[in-house]
Write a protein that binds this ligand. Sequence first.
Ligand SMILES: Nc1nc2c(ncn2[C@@H]2O[C@H](COP(=O)(O)OP(=O)(O)OP(=O)(O)O)[C@@H](O)[C@H]2O)c(=O)[nH]1
Ligand SMILES: [K+]
Ligand SMILES: [Mg+2]
Length: 447
Amino acid sequence: MTQRADTIFARASGAGRAGVAVFRLSGPEAFAIGERLCGTLPPPRRAALRTLRAPDGEIVDTGLALAFRGPASFTGEDVVELHLHGSRAVEAALYEALAALGARPAEAGEFARRALENGRLDLAQAEALADLIDAETSEQRRQALGQLGGRLSALAEGWRARLIAILAPLEADIDFPDEEDVPAAVAARAGPAIDALMAELRSYQADAARLRAIRSGVAIAILGAPNAGKSSLLNRLAGSDAAIVSPTPGTTRDVIEVRLDLGGLPALLADTAGLRAMTEDEIEAEGMRRALARAENADIRILVADAAAGAAGAADAAGLLRPGDFLVWNKTDLAPAPAREPPEGVQAFALSAKTGEGIGEFIRILTDAARARFRPVHETGLTRLRHARAVAEALDALARARGRIDAAPELAAEDARLAARALGRITGAVDVEDVLDEIFSSFCIGK
Ligand SMILES: Nc1nc2c(ncn2[C@@H]2O[C@H](COP(=O)(O)OP(=O)(O)OP(=O)(O)O)[C@@H](O)[C@H]2O)c(=O)[nH]1
Ligand SMILES: [K+]
Ligand SMILES: [Mg+2]
């Protein structure tokens, strides 16, 4: 940053009434403003009780004050943290006092952005911070903590360092083009090294969709004929009355979503409108279109069929199923499940959404299947599309480099440099500006 940064403030803890709310002040004037507010600040990294006063002498609140001297702070700047009573009135009085003392409210993600600019976090870690704040399940927490701790950064920087080691002799070759035996020797060494790196990158690429599913949730869609009991099943799986259940066929029109925690793996479960061959009703037809789109894009489909309707109950939608999906015969309190082979790779299961019989077992089976399918091979990896794209770009460039290494080492060197550049984008070692706005706009204020 060329110009001197503003001193910014925001509530770091969640909005609303609270026993304690944490406010953060960061920037070159943070200590001076903190002192005017608190009288004196405690020594860095020590908490002390203070009475906070506005410039006109009015008491704002009493609470804990903590000072962090930059660069040993979250943002890398001087930071003052205030733990006050979490009321709207205290917050309003504090903001007024801080503004009067020359600080301004922070923009979304501005604290993390300063941390990045001051080298306290790299881009992958900043993303992980956002993921950790959003984490709802244990798998999400683990993944975000690993990345925040620098695991992905170390991986990406390691790949880049290997590439640079491969690149250096190729560049030396450009400088000494006359020495006859150099190109062959260099190519002989660089070729296998590129192959090994490509194999490793591919194995991480193969994991990327699984890691993204952990971040954003596995998409599961419930589909089937009207009145099969789809909404009843969703309510059972969610443990709440999220969807309307009624004996009227065509009750569900919009897609109803609930979040599930499948043994630490997050899932987004969608209930959809019943599918039937024909309908005159425009709203129902739109519901069916949405149901089909949802089924198409889901990671896992659960086809619900009425056991009492016999094999015909599953016939219409069976074509939508893919290996790894489920066929659930519902209403086993009324009739046993028909003896009908499910489509290839589809697991059949019998239960009653009404009595709850078989639900616990079905949740176990669904959880095991989802966890097995989305278990990553590597503990650390490409958690965002942005990372996967960078690796795909690096792989393309490396494939070109590999093809040219014998005939045109100088072109191969250029390709290898492009690959290194693509990998450098993961941590923001290169081209960081391009992605900053996209990443930090998703942060909330105070982070
Ligand atoms: N006996 C019995 N009735 C059930 C069972 N599951 C659902 N039902 C009943 O079947 C009817 C339809 O249930 P819903 O859950 O609304 O079915 P749906 O598939 O969501 O229906 P649409 O949204 O209209 O497509 C309701 O009267 C439920 O009480 C079950 O396991 N046993
Ligand atoms: K219904
Ligand atoms: Mg329904």
